[in-house]
Design a protein around this ligand. Structure first.
Ligand code: AHR
Length: 608
């Protein structure tokens, strides 16, 4: 078999934004995932409200609870928990506790910050005792707040664990009082140290894993989560900004409650923390269960909402929504180049997308001509700036579409592969999936003159059996730890060695399960040769770097491989399959190379 790379001609520039992230509230991605807050159902919403809370009378204490539908701390949060304490004392407290998202992860010598809203029917109820208690030892730090008043107020607390607090998830947060009376509680929060110590910030281990991918953009807020099952369950961005007590939350189409505490400002901070460009998807008048708004007058408020959202992100502080952003703590505008209009509108059989896209397009371009506007499916009557293609496939199917983009018309819209994944294995994909992914990434890199951006989906999964709605997600976690799937590591590798020039090549006799791409970093002359062997047997080939006058014999070699397609990483074996660095010492203008079976490799060939 041979692989010949033409080093003399550059086909095109590699899109510098090729690899990014796609995200939405699915699989407990933010609630019970990236968003640092450890308290589950912290706003006591609806029938979900009491399922994660336990009554805790100690000793002789007596207490009962009632979920209230009205009377909460704000118009946005009418619901709250009413506790009626008929007997309590300093020795026998009465209260409620929460055990988080299938556990509250607590570590020794660590400071946790929290808050809750509360009021009492009389000041005689006194303060709230807040305890972070280990379920086995019954021990943990305690804070005592100021006495409750008859007005709703926010109470903040800090809890620092002792050096001998067990590091595990068997903990609960207790809020209790020492005197009889009625107490109302809402919006309970508990944060561990967060990534970059952001107030109400994100979980550090997940952010670090995402940072290692060096993503260039973030497509948010969905996916289905943008649309909602019904129009009134869409991601209504104006209800996700400002103080969290003013955010009503909403039901996500993935069937659980979203508090929207991870809202538009948090998405934008996430972009800032990881140096990603926001790729904003705006609600375009179509919901998952097929309700849609007719183009024309009825759609106007939704178009206006999108214009306001863009202004919130990019407007100066002298604009209405730019000023709102500044009020929420971020006077500087965020960069924005791409706006996607809707999500997967090929499901809309009414044919309304042509008109809806056109109406959004005209209004957005009139005000923001510099923005690139992405369509979610081809549109009759106009050429969108970009089309979002989605692929959820088996590895074999990705192998078979290796040349799909090689021959595609370059005069059409640019391509954004906004969702893609090989779906084999769960809750996170196995090594067979990583091979399918890597094969697809070689084709995206070879064609990144056309494919400007790509983002795998879904990104995150809480691997608790109750946490997953979609099998095969890039990064898995439970309350305590997280891990990357083999597919995750394949992406880390591909983006780390991306290069900026596409070189053309030709492979012959390598069989139907061999895939490659060759890019180069112009400044250093390093050729990044990506090789994927999806068969179980090693493949020996002659690799020729046509036109290269100088090739260093020693090349860096990075390998991700496994013995079987089903091999995988899990929450208990998180690093079974990880990239391994090595060297190859016999590189030249034409050399023999053997790619091991079931492997993804990158050869860093130095040509300057
Ligand atoms: O990634 C999961 C879902 O797949 C997305 O929400 C949706 O856009 C697609 O159908």
């Amino acid at each position: 078999a041979t692989l010949t790379i033409d080093t003399q001609h550059v086909k095109a520039k590699v899109s510098p934004k090729l690899y990014g992230l796609m995200t939405e509230e699915i699989n407990y991605s933010y609630e019970g995932g990236l968003y640092g807050d450890l308290i589950n159902i912290r706003t006591f919403h609806g029938s979900w409200g009491d399922s994660h809370w336990l009554l805790r009378p100690m000793g002789d204490a007596e207490i009962h609870d009632e979920l209230m539908k009205t009377g909460g701390p704000s118009a946005a949060l009418p619901e709250c928990m009413q506790l009626t304490v008929t007997k309590a004392s300093d020795k026998d407290l009465a209260g409620i506790s929460n055990r988080g998202f299938w556990g509250i992860p607590v570590r020794p010598s660590t400071t946790y910050k929290g808050s809750f809203w509360a009021k009492a029917d009389s000041s005689a109820v006194g303060p709230v005792h807040v305890r972070l208690t280990n379920n086995d030892t019954g021990k943990g730090p305690e804070a005592v707040t100021a006495p409750l008043t008859t007005e709703w107020k926010q109470y903040d607390f800090t809890l620092t664990t002792s050096a001998d607090h067990p590091a595990n998830v068997e903990n609960e947060l207790l809020l209790a009082v020492a005197h009889p009376g009625k107490v109302w509680i809402d919006l309970v929060s508990l944060f561990p140290p967060t990534y970059k110590n952001r107030e109400r910030g994100s979980r550090a281990d997940l952010m670090e894993k995402l940072a290692a991918m060096q993503p260039r953009f973030l497509r948010f807020p969905g996916g289905n989560y943008l649309e909602g099952d019904y129009i009134n369950e869409r991601f209504d961005w104006k209800k996700t900004i400002g103080p969290v007590v003013d955010r009503p939350g909403h039901r996500s189409p993935w069937n659980y409650w979203s508090t929207d505490q991870f809202g538009l400002p948090e998405f934008l901070n996430w972009c800032e923390d990881l140096k990603m460009q926001p790729l904003l998807a705006v609600f375009a008048g179509y919901a998952l269960k097929h309700d849609y708004i007719k183009p024309g007058k009825d759609l106007e408020p939704y178009v206006q909402d999108a214009l306001d959202e863009i202004e919130y992100i990019t407007g100066s502080t002298s604009t209405k929504w730019g000023a709102e952003r500044a009020k929420n703590g971020h006077p500087e505008p965020y960069p924005l180049s791409y706006v996607e209009i809707g999500n997967e509108d090929w499901f809309d059989k009414s044919g309304s997308y042509d008109g809806r896209y056109a109406q959004f397009y005209k209004a957005i371009k009139a005000k923001y001509p510099e923005l690139q506007l992405i369509a979610t499916t081809p549109v009759n009557g106009m050429k969108p700036d970009m089309i979002d293609d989605h692929y959820y496939k088996k590895a074999q199917e990705f192998y078979e579409m290796d040349d799909h983009y090689d021959t595609m018309d370059r005069n059409g819209p640019a391509i954004f592969v906004g969702e893609w994944a090989t779906r084999e294995g769960g809750p996170t994909p196995n090594f067979g999936s990583a091979l399918g992914d890597a094969a697809f990434m070689t084709s995206m890199e070879r064609n990144s003159d056309l494919i400007k951006m790509a983002s795998y989906a879904p990104l995150l999964v809480n691997v608790n059996p109750n946490g997953m709605q979609w099998e095969s997600d890039l990064i898995g976690y439970d309350a305590m730890t997280s891990y990357g799937s083999p597919s995750y590591y394949a992406q880390v590798m591909f983006n780390k060695y991306l290069g900026d020039e596409i070189l053309t090549g030709k492979s012959e006799g390598a069989g139907s399960r061999f895939f490659y791409s060759a890019t180069r970093t112009a400044a250093t002359g390093t050729i990044h040769l990506k090789l994927v062997n999806g068969s179980s047997t090693p493949k020996t080939m002659t690799i020729a770097l046509d036109g290269a006058t100088k090739v260093a014999p020693t090349a860096k070699l990075v390998t991700l491989s496994a013995k079987t397609l089903g091999a995988t990483n899990t929450i208990t074996t998180p690093t079974k399959i990880v990239p391994v660095d090595g060297t190859f010492k016999k590189a030249s203008g034409k050399f023999t190379y053997t790619i091991p079976g079931y492997s993804i490799q990158i050869l860093e060939l130095e040509t300057k």
